[in-house]
Design a protein around this ligand. Sequence first.
Ligand SMILES: CC(=O)Oc1ccc(/C=C/C(=O)NCCc2ccccc2)cc1OC(C)=O
Ligand SMILES: [Co+2]
Length: 171
Amino acid sequence: MIREILVYPNKILREISRDVIHFDLSLHELLDDMYETMVAKEGIGLAAIQIGVPLNVLLINLVDEQGLQKKENLYEIINPLIVEKDGSTVYQEGCLSVPGYYDEVTRAEHIKLRFHDRMGVMHEEEFSELMAIAVQHEMDHLKGHLFIEKLSYLKRKKFEKEWKKKYKAGK
Ligand SMILES: CC(=O)Oc1ccc(/C=C/C(=O)NCCc2ccccc2)cc1OC(C)=O
Ligand SMILES: [Co+2]
């Protein structure tokens, strides 16, 4: 079912998530709820902590060349570990937990990722471009970090001012 997405500055988003031990039915239900929630909110990535579950689980479902988000392109990534990374790339990121704010973030251009799937099978894959960016963005959530923490001092000031205004106006 569709779950509530926690929004900055909710303190739960700062929790450190823990590895999945049991690849069981409750994990599969979590993955299915995350997918329904992410798609309903028009996201392309979601970490479990964003719906209040501190587990190292993330979803990424990029849009294809025709601009379609197909479930066959869904990555369910559990207990991820970046084993190699190189290069540097800048991208304007957004996050369902910081709705309506976008800013440029610098991240590694290529990564080699080790992770488990919903059956507990281990995979090792290399990613670049938007997939590499999305993985790094979602893995920051697993450590309790949001992309706005990577902004320069001035950009962060701009964000905080904007965010307070929006909250005062009751959005
Ligand atoms: C108003 C509002 O909520 O705007 C949005 C902001 C972000 C998002 C989704 C962001 C998202 O999926 N981020 C995943 C992480 C990521 C960031 C950059 C590149 C790759 C991966 C969706 C929004 O809602 C709509 C309707 O567009
Ligand atoms: Co995010």
